[in-house]
Write a protein that binds this ligand. Structure first.
Ligand SMILES: CCCCC/C=C\CCC/C=C/CC(=O)SCCNC(=O)CCNC(=O)[C@H](O)C(C)(C)COP(=O)(O)OP(=O)(O)OC[C@H]1O[C@@H](n2cnc3c(N)ncnc32)[C@H](O)[C@@H]1OP(=O)(O)O
Length: 281
């Protein structure tokens, strides 16, 4: 049996105003064709803290409930899509908050990766780690050209990449390219990302990236929502199903790793480096 949420029977085209909301950390608008645009707006770099992760998952639930035609994800920052998990949440953490951080990240990944509606991302800046994770969950990736980087650099910040994220990456680029990049925490330039297939196309600016993302969503105008959502599910179920069984173990492993003294030391050094970089600007 398929989970009920995948049986998406119809798309509704509602007037823009009826679906649009602005949360504190995100903004959701829906255009006249029923395409939702969800904008991350946690200044300065959309780092993912508990509140942003939870708000994103709630808004995605609303997009599904309101039967939007599809979703475009983007950011309000001029140069960063998302800096990934908020490093300060992992440094000298309160264990309850660390648990909430990881559980909320798991919820966001599962919700976005299994979204029954078409999804595209307009990556308008840097997208390390959790930023790259959100982009990988979408069905189509457009990235603004420039001196930006994208990739899963978790090992560089002392965090082993979980199996569900390796699986997500290997659905997009070859296993060989993924293994080389993830083992060493390598980041890709926009040109390199295009070459390996990590992004589908480049854009001149954010507006162009959003337009290209919407063009992708419109490909589904003549496709049955059930046919789309079940086919998507079948492509992704080999990553989603083991994840659902192993959530607890995944959480425990994350907390164990993050609380190791050497990982704490590394996170402290990264925070220091970011501060020094800011001071040198
Ligand atoms: C079973 C085991 C489980 C293991 C789980 C592994 C993976 C799961 C998948 C998801 C999880 C991922 C883990 C992470 O996401 S770790 C986060 C990794 N992120 C980074 O390494 C990015 C660090 N940041 C940067 O490289 C740069 O900031 C930038 C994004 C390239 C933007 O550069 P720039 O525009 O020049 O801005 P600044 O560097 O000056 O930063 C401005 C401001 O923002 C603060 N900041 C930056 N990044 C973060 C961050 N990730 N968290 C918190 N804060 C961040 C920076 O300190 C500045 O702050 P101030 O203005 O206060 O100085």
């Amino acid at each position: 049996m398929f989970p009920l949420r995948l049986l998406r029977t119809a798309r509704r085209v509602l007037p823009a105003k009826s679906l649009s909301t602005t949360g504190q950390l995100t903004d959701l608008t829906v255009d006249n064709e029923g395409i939702a645009t969800l904008t991350l707006q946690r200044a300065p770099v959309n780092s993912l803290n508990v509140e942003l992760l939870q708000e994103l998952t709630t808004v995605l639930g609303q997009v599904e409930k309101d039967k939007a035609k599809g979703l475009v994800l983007t950011s309000a920052s001029p140069s960063v899509f998302s800096a990934g998990l908020d490093i300060t949440e992992m440094y000298n953490p309160n264990v309850e908050r660390l648990t909430a951080l990881w559980t909320s990240l798991q919820d966001l990944w599962a919700t976005l990766y299994s979204a029954p509606y078409p999804t595209a991302v307009a990556i308008n800046g840097h997208a390390p780690a959790g930023g790259c994770m959100m982009a990988l969950c979408c069905e189509y990736r457009t990235m603004v050209s420039g001196r930006y980087t994208i990739g899963l650099n978790e090992t560089a910040v002392g965090i082993p990449v979980p199996e569900w994220l390796i699986g997500t990456m290997c659905k997009v680029i070859s296993q060989r390219e993924a293994e080389v990049a993830l083992n060493a925490g390598l980041m890709f330039t926009v040109e390199e990302a295009l070459k390996v297939g990590l992004i589908d196309e480049t854009a001149t600016d954010k507006a162009d990236a959003i337009e290209k993302s919407k063009k992708f969503i419109k490909r589904f105008d003549k496709i049955s929502p059930i046919a789309h959502s079940l086919t998507k599910q079948r492509f992704r179920s080999d990553v989603l199903q083991p994840f659902a069984k192993n959530r607890e173990a995944d959480l425990n492993q994350f907390k164990y790793v993050v609380l190791q003294p050497e990982v704490q030391e590394l996170l402290g050094q990264i925070i220091q480096k970011l501060k020094q970089k800011k001071a040198a600007k």
